[in-house]
Design a protein around this ligand. Structure first.
Ligand code: HEM
Length: 293
């Protein structure tokens, strides 16, 4: 619901924005980090901030311990800082799930997306399980049909998938994640040879960071699709979508019309932000985002 906090915490979105802007001044890479965090939260057990939990009541491994989240999903401290400010000003009102959603919108706007209204009222989940991650979060070598099926189960279409992976217009991947593909003879044959060479050069240590968009990796723009369509995708998954006839069609349209991509991106993000949300009396409003109350 829009304006959900109007009565009890009208400054909620403002506070999230202030903390984000303050931190982006020190580290612009937090914007892509938050955009990724949001998608990883929503795709696994819905947008319930389950990704933030350090432990779960059953004592099992939590989502953030699962390999695809592992050490490379960032932004937890930033969300903690937002939550602390919010608890100081309006205790027990604003959910961690809504904080992530507001921060995601503001990070996207910071990197160039037009602004849009975020519906709120999500409540925080009571559990987080690493074993839920595997079948819900695509990884770079997930086949196209499997990615489509995962998104379909969440109510998202192939077009949503292709539109959303355009988020790889911002941010970076770790060399350790893409090395296998870059140095695999058969897989790298499918890449633009100059690009592959350049990426191999940049990928000498596993912790080196490689931009998805070699030209504008701090800016959301639809030029990333030209890279994907020209065999210059860093991730196998983005390359596979560019090779898929339907994916290819959609990418061509998005590359040619940035305004249309922005619109579709906003629509798909709003739909992603509504996946399996908890409302009313479900879940809780956590006092701290890393632990259940
Ligand atoms: C559907 C298939 C997807 C796959 C296989 C995938 C995979 C990845 C991988 C491997 C990384 C690099 C992680 C690292 O090495 O640090 C990454 C980064 C990123 N992903 Fe995706 N992703 C997918 C979809 C999405 C979606 C739907 C979004 C958001 C709408 C998204 C947003 C991002 C962003 C912004 C980054 C950069 C993070 C940073 O710079 O810290 N991805 N993704």
């Amino acid at each position: 619901m829009e304006g959900f906090y109007e009565k009890d915490c009208p400054q909620a979105e403002q506070i999230v924005n202030e903390v984000l802007m303050k931190n982006l001044k020190k580290d612009v890479t937090l914007a892509p980090a938050i955009v990724r965090l949001f998608s990883h939260d929503c795709l696994v057990q819905g947008c319930d901030a389950s990704i933030l939990l350090d432990e779960t009541p059953s004592g099992e491994d939590v989502e953030k311990k699962a390999t695809p989240n592992g050490q490379f999903v960032r932004g937890y401290d930033l969300i903690d800082e937002m939550k602390e400010r919010l608890e100081a000003e309006c205790p027990g009102i604003v959910s961690c799930a809504d904080i992530i959603t507001f921060a995601n919108r503001d990070s996207l706007v910071y990197t160039g997306l037009p602004t849009y209204k975020v519906a709120a009222g999500r409540r925080d989940g009571l559990s987080s399980l690493a074993k839920n991650v595997e079948n819900n979060l695509p990884v770079p070598d997930t086949p196209v049909q499997e990615m489509i099926d995962i998104f379909k189960r969440k109510g998202l279409t192939l077009e949503d998938l292709v539109v959303l992976v355009g988020a790889h217009s911002i941010g970076t991947a770790h060399c350790g994640i893409v090395r296998g593909r870059l140095f695999d003879k058969r897989k790298s044959m499918e890449m633009d040879p100059n690009y592959a060479e350049q990426m191999r050069f940049m990928c000498q240590r596993d912790d080196n960071m490689l931009p998805f968009d070699p030209v504008t990796h701090n800016k959301m723009d639809s030029r990333i699709y030209n890279e994907f369509l020209s065999k210059r995708a860093l991730l196998e998954s983005d390359h596979a979508l560019a090779k898929d006839p339907n994916g290819n069609d959609i990418m061509k349209k998005m590359a040619a019309d940035q305004a249309a991509w922005f619109n579709k991106f906003i629509g798909a993000t709003i739909r992603m932000g509504a996946i399996e949300v908890l409302t009313g009396n479900q879940g809780e409003i956590r006092k701290q985002c890393r632990v259940v109350n």
